[in-house]
Design a protein around this ligand. Sequence first.
Ligand SMILES: [Zn+2]
Length: 60
Amino acid sequence: MSDELRPGETPASAPSGIFVHYCEREGSSAWGGWRYSRTKQETRWFCFGHRDHGERLLGR
Ligand SMILES: [Zn+2]
């Protein structure tokens, strides 16, 4: 039994806030485990190595 999603899959109903996203940074194929939301509509994902890009999006 596995509840892991493969890339491109969308769960019909997922546990709150748990999705699999890959890092949005071009050239990065790492798992985007870090979530950054400026608005409820805009959510970006970055991997550990690209967290600073997410931080910048949030104006930090
Ligand atoms: Zn990355």
